[in-house]
Each structure stands twice: as structure tokens, then as C-alpha cells.
Write a protein that binds this ligand. Structure first.
Ligand code: B12
Length: 217
């Protein structure tokens, strides 16, 4: 394994934002392919972050800084990935449901999915069911992720799924829900395809389903 990959891996796991950015930039200047830096450096590092989090060796604040470092590296890589034609492994639309402004968890899920190689379209917070449905029609994602942190806004997940059902293409998209008050049982009750308790489990779930809409970054 090249030293550069190890250094990028370490910078991301340790949450060294400037380091990750500079190392990725220097490695590109040194002629290393962007796709290799993505897979051997950034994605491998976020896999490690996910594993450490699941083991209880890493906590949310550290995970957020790692995700930030990964994002900084990815922003430098993105134009080169386009040039190399590296496909994203799938497309995800994500948002926090109507009436709900909480976005820290959703952003963490977004960053971890991006770190795992997904293209993520983030609709933001307070997203109405019709807006989710419109985005599904427009972008044909493999996955839709819904976040809710309030017991009062959980109902909007059901409304959103119904709005997506109404498009008539429900078999082409998988819907995963998450957020502190949400459970596996609730996900089954409202007709979602999955539930994940944290960002790392969300990535494992997303990786395990088939993706048809891979596209270049
Ligand atoms: C930070 C916070 C806020 C911030 C939000 C800032 C922001 N930009 O997000 C502010 C101050 C704005 C806020 C406002 C309010 N909040 Co608030 N807030 C919180 C707090 C303290 C932390 C939430 C958080 O960020 N956690 C950290 C993240 C990383 O965890 P997470 O969100 O759970 O996300 C993880 C998983 O759930 C999962 N996940 C999350 N989303 C998704 C999506 C998918 C697709 C998947 C697969 C997984 C997934 O993965 C994430 C990463 O591991 C919680 C308490 C708590 N412990 O949850 C209360 C809490 C959620 N808030 C609460 C309340 C009541 C409110 C207010 C109504 C308060 C008020 N009276 O104004 C308002 C509502 C505003 C609104 N309309 O949304 C209550 C909700 C009670 C309930 N049962 O409904 C809580 C539980 C506090 C409490 N104990 O009373 N809040």
C-alpha cells in the first residue's frame, strides 16, 4: 500500500481536515489517480470510522470531524473523478421531513454515504412530501432517506412514502428511515424498506441493496 494512502487514511480517521485536503491535493499533483485515492484513502478511512463507531471506540463528535475531513478531501477529488469517469455506486435522495429542522444526524448520514461512494442529493430540512416525490421523479434515485427527530413529525414519513407511492414507480426505489424516535417496527408499519439506527448502519444497508442508477460523480 502506498504511503500516501496510509497518510490520507490516518488524516481522515483522526479528523485532520487540513491534512486530508493537502494530502489529497499533493497526491494528485504526484500523479496518483483520483479513483485510487478515493477507494484506498477516503472510503477505506470512513469504513474504519464506521467500524470503530460500531465497536464503541469512536463517538459522534469524532465521527463528525472525520466526515468533515473526508468531505474536504472529496471536494478536491471530485473534478478529477469526473475526468476519470469513476461512477458513484448509487444515487440517494435524503432530507428531514416536513416540520422538522433537525439536520445534524441527516448530515452525518449524508457524509458517510458520500464517503462510501454514493452520490447524495440533500433536500435539506422541513421537506414536504410533494417535494420528496418531485425529487424522486426528477432524479430516479436508488434510495430515499427520510430523517425525523420529533415524535410529532414522524407521521410525515408516512405521508412522504404515500406521495412517493403515488408516482407509480415505487418498485424502483428503496426507502430508509432514521432519527432518534424512529424504530424498525415503525418503518415496517409505514411501508418503508428499511431503518438504520445510525450513519454507519445506514451505509451498510445502502451498500447491501442493488443499485441501478450509478452515474459519474
Ligand atoms: C440539536 C437539537 C436541536 C437543534 C437542532 C439543530 C440542528 N441543526 O439539527 C435545535 C435547537 C434547533 C432543536 C430544536 C427543537 N428541538 Co431538538 N434536539 C436536539 C438534540 C439535543 C440533539 C439532536 C442531534 O443532533 N443528535 C445528534 C445526531 C448525530 O443524532 P441523530 O439526529 O439521532 O441522528 C442519528 C440517527 O438518529 C440516525 N439518523 C438520523 N437521521 C437519519 C436519516 C436516515 C435516512 C437514517 C438511515 C438514519 C438517520 O443516524 C444519525 C447519525 O448516527 C435532541 C436530543 C437528542 N438526544 O436527540 C433534541 C430533540 C430531538 N429536540 C426536541 C425538541 C422538542 C425540539 C423543539 C420542538 C424544541 C422547541 N420547543 O422549540 C425544536 C423543534 C424545531 C423543529 N421544528 O425541528 C426533542 C424531541 C422530543 C420528541 N420526542 O419529539 C429532543 C429529543 C429533546 C428532548 N429530549 O426533549 N433541537
Amino acid at each position: 500500500m502506498k504511503d500516501e494512502y496510509e497518510m490520507i487514511f490516518k488524516a481522515v480517521v483522526e479528523g485532520n481536515v487540513e491534512g486530508a485536503e493537502k494530502l489529497v491535493s499533493d497526491s494528485l499533483m504526484g500523479g496518483i489517480m483520483a479513483g485510487e485515492l478515493l477507494n484506498q484513502g477516503l472510503i477505506r478511512a470512513m469504513d474504519e470510522v464506521g467500524t470503530r463507531f460500531e465497536r464503541g471506540d469512536m463517538y459522534i463528535p469524532e465521527m463528525l470531524v472525520s466526515a468533515k475531513a473526508m468531505k474536504a478531501g472529496l471536494s478536491i477529488l471530485r473534478p478529477y473523478l469526473v475526468k476519470e469517469g469513476i461512477p458513484a455506486i448509487g444515487r440517494v435522495i435524503i432530507g428531514t421531513v416536513k416540520g422538522d429542522m433537525h439536520d445534524i444526524g441527516k448530515n452525518l448520514v449524508t457524509m458517510m454515504l458520500e464517503g462510501a461512494g454514493f452520490e447524495v442529493i440533500d433536500l435539506g430540512t422541513d421537506v414536504a412530501p410533494e417535494k420528496f416525490a418531485e425529487a424522486v421523479r426528477k432524479y430516479s434515485p436508488d434510495i430515499v432517506g427520510l430523517s425525523a427527530l420529533l415524535t410529532t413529525t414522524m407521521q410525515q414519513m408516512k405521508n412522504t412514502i404515500e406521495a412517493i407511492d403515488d408516482l407509480g414507480t415505487r418498485d424502483q426505489v428503496k426507502i430508509i428511515i432514521g432519527g432518534a424516535p424512529v424504530t424498525q417496527e415503525y418503518s415496517e408499519k409505514i411501508g418503508a424498506d428499511g431503518y438504520a439506527a445510525d450513519a454507519s448502519k445506514a451505509v451498510n444497508w445502502a451498500k447491501a441493496i442493488p443499485h441501478s442508477n450509478s452515474k459519474v460523480f
